[in-house]
Design a protein around this ligand. Sequence first.
Ligand SMILES: NC(=O)c1ccc[n+]([C@@H]2O[C@H](COP(=O)([O-])OP(=O)(O)OC[C@H]3O[C@@H](n4cnc5c(N)ncnc54)[C@H](O)[C@@H]3O)[C@@H](O)[C@H]2O)c1
Length: 414
Amino acid sequence: MQTLNMGFIGAGFVAKTFHVNALAQMRGIELTGVYSKKGSEELAALAGKNQVGECKIFQSIAELCKHCDVISIFAPNPVRIDIMEEIADAIKEGASVKGVVCEKPLGRTISEARRLVELAEEAGVQTFYFENQIYMKAINNALQQLSPQMQAMGPISLARSAEEHAGPHEPWFWDPTQQGGGVLSDMGCHSIAVGWYLLTPWGKPVDYLKPVSVNASTMLLKWGRSKYRKELLQRTGVDYAKTPAEDFCNGSVTFKHPDSGELVNAQFTNSWMYDKLGLRLLMDGIGPGYTLEINTLKSPLEVFIGDAAAEAIVDAETALEKATASRGLLAVQPNETDLYGYLDEMINVRDALQQDKKPLLDWTYGLEITKLVQAAYLSAEKGRVVDLTDEKTLKELESYRSLISQGKGADLLY
Ligand SMILES: NC(=O)c1ccc[n+]([C@@H]2O[C@H](COP(=O)([O-])OP(=O)(O)OC[C@H]3O[C@@H](n4cnc5c(N)ncnc54)[C@H](O)[C@@H]3O)[C@@H](O)[C@H]2O)c1
């Protein structure tokens, strides 16, 4: 099979921490180029150290596209459309890019996500929506193992998914006008997607279950308090007195089985105020007579660092993404890239492009997740269940932009 040349756009946290690491654990894709506002040198050096390819630094997207089979957009949410327009132009000019990857969330609004889908269709490229959690081996092994039970007893009827940590690393994530909202936009998209997937009978397409309704709430539980608001302003320059975003959300999406008409439910909980060890993913799926449960903070590896030894600590995040403590009894995940699904999502890119297959998750799917996230914001804003079978509501969602993402969330959150 021909090795694919991949180019990264963006060289920040996710590119360096997870995607280079994923490429180091597989064959078939070489990282041959990077274009980024900042961090290109560091990323290229990391690529060399991990032997994932001779990563050249490019000064424009057009030049990067000339040298790559597949482009991965790992840049912040507000710059996606401009970047995709440049990729589409490069393809028009003759670059032979076959596929474009985009990290979650696909859009900050439905109209942004729809624009990306259109641009990709016009450019004639295969699209990959990166929702790593759906590729988690723990989830897929559990679903496969339980498929006889699903057949015999009936499908999973309740899924609960949570992603929580103490808050993002870069200022733009905290600014709702840049990021598209708060934790619901940033991490609710993961948990809503995972809930949908957990409820989907094993082997059926990811959009097999039809979304019926969404009920959600958005709250500011920690970072709106004056002490933490000041700390946030000092650290990030974002003022939650003026433009707050939610640091906690919960809700549920009801889906319908198209054949039986049965209703099933996916609950989601997300927070940026989870002050425990670090990132925690929690998922469970409950069917008649059987259950699956995942908690990524449970590791077979524990490390203990006593006070006397704490001076020697270099980087707490070596143990765990978003780690908040560097002494005491620490949970350590030795391979977070694999655990959280980043490896398998990259393998899916390789297999789809090399074998000319449809990817598991494309941008049309990313658009559906954007719809559910925006419906959740609408539900929280209006304080009511949003009916996704109602044509008028679907039309309203097409041009909807949440108050929080417009910087007008104070009345709702305080
Ligand atoms: N799947 C996950 O769990 C996960 C985790 C983290 C981030 N993400 C997503 O990945 C994306 C990037 O997040 P991050 O944490 O790496 O952010 P980051 O801020 O750490 O890195 C962003 C990178 O993009 C570069 N950049 C900014 N504007 C650019 C532009 N116009 N053109 C080219 N490069 C530009 C920056 O210089 C930086 O190198 C976000 O959309 C985020 O939602 C996903």
